[in-house]
Every structure is written in structure tokens, then in C-alpha cells.
Design a binder for this molecule. Sequence first.
Ligand SMILES: Cc1cc2nc3c(=O)[nH]c(=O)nc-3n(C[C@H](O)[C@H](O)[C@H](O)COP(=O)(O)O)c2cc1C
Length: 138
Amino acid sequence: MEIKLPEPRIKGEISLEEAIYRRKSIRRYTSEPLTLGELSQVLWAAYGINIWGKRTSPSAGARYPFEVYTVVSSVEDLDPGLYHYDGKKHVLKLIRKGDLREELARACLGQKCVATAPVNIVIVAHYERTTSRYGEEE
Ligand SMILES: Cc1cc2nc3c(=O)[nH]c(=O)nc-3n(C[C@H](O)[C@H](O)[C@H](O)COP(=O)(O)O)c2cc1C
């Protein structure tokens, strides 16, 4: 089953410069759920499609070795579970139902912030997509 995500917003409320100026890592979160629009925005920025029909992030030789998944725990109008993000269609596909944060936190060497985040984004690399063209060297 595919879940259509809200269309990404192209204009934000603050400039890129201001976002960079204000950024820092945080590991404590409020109990407020994310909206589906907020999740859509983050996934699109990570690996969506832009005005040229290209990915929002570049890739050596256009091999695009990444796949983006999200472990959802607290998002409005979305069941907890592991989802695959299809950036070309801007949809989510449910892979596994349930709140999988604790399991993911164990896989991340017991990091508490992973177990308390309303959403985790998991990016995996299929190395062979790149090495089949460029070989194993760095
Ligand atoms: C490649 C990479 C991996 C990271 N992995 C983790 C991580 O597993 N857990 C975590 O809490 N922070 C992680 N961080 C965040 C860094 O700890 C953080 O960026 C660093 O402490 C500097 O703080 P700042 O982001 O507030 O500038 C990672 C950052 C990068 C760039």
C-alpha cells in the first residue's frame, strides 16, 4: 500500500543562511507528534525530486546508491512502522508495522535519542550501484 505524501513546499519560512546560522544537533524532543507535511518535507529534502526531475541531493556518476527509510513512531495520520520512501513518486510504502524505535536504538549501539525520537530517518547505501561503475577504490 502506498501513502501519498503532501506536496513539498519550495519556499520556507526562514532563509537557508539563517537555518545554517541557527542549526545544532538536539537529542531531546517534545511529545508533540510531527505532521505528515513535516515528514514529507524532510524526506523530500533528503531524496526527493526537484524541478529538473533530478534528486534533491547529488550522486557520483548519477548512480544514486542510497535508499531512504523512515521509522515512524509519532506522526499525525500515519501508523507507527518502518516505511520506504519512494522519492520519484513521493510516496511511502509500509514495510513493517509497529513502534520499532527500541529495536533501532539497539542497532544504533543503544542511543537513547533514537528510542525517543518521533521519527528516525534511516539511509542505506547499495555500494554496488557505485562500485559497479567505479570499482572498489576510494
Ligand atoms: C556522519 C555523522 C554521524 C553522526 N552520528 C551521530 C550519532 O550516531 N549519534 C548522535 O547523537 N549524533 C551523531 N552525529 C551528530 C554529531 O555528534 C554532532 O554533529 C556533533 O556533536 C557536533 O554538534 P553539532 O551538530 O551541534 O554542531 C553525527 C554527525 C555526523 C556528521
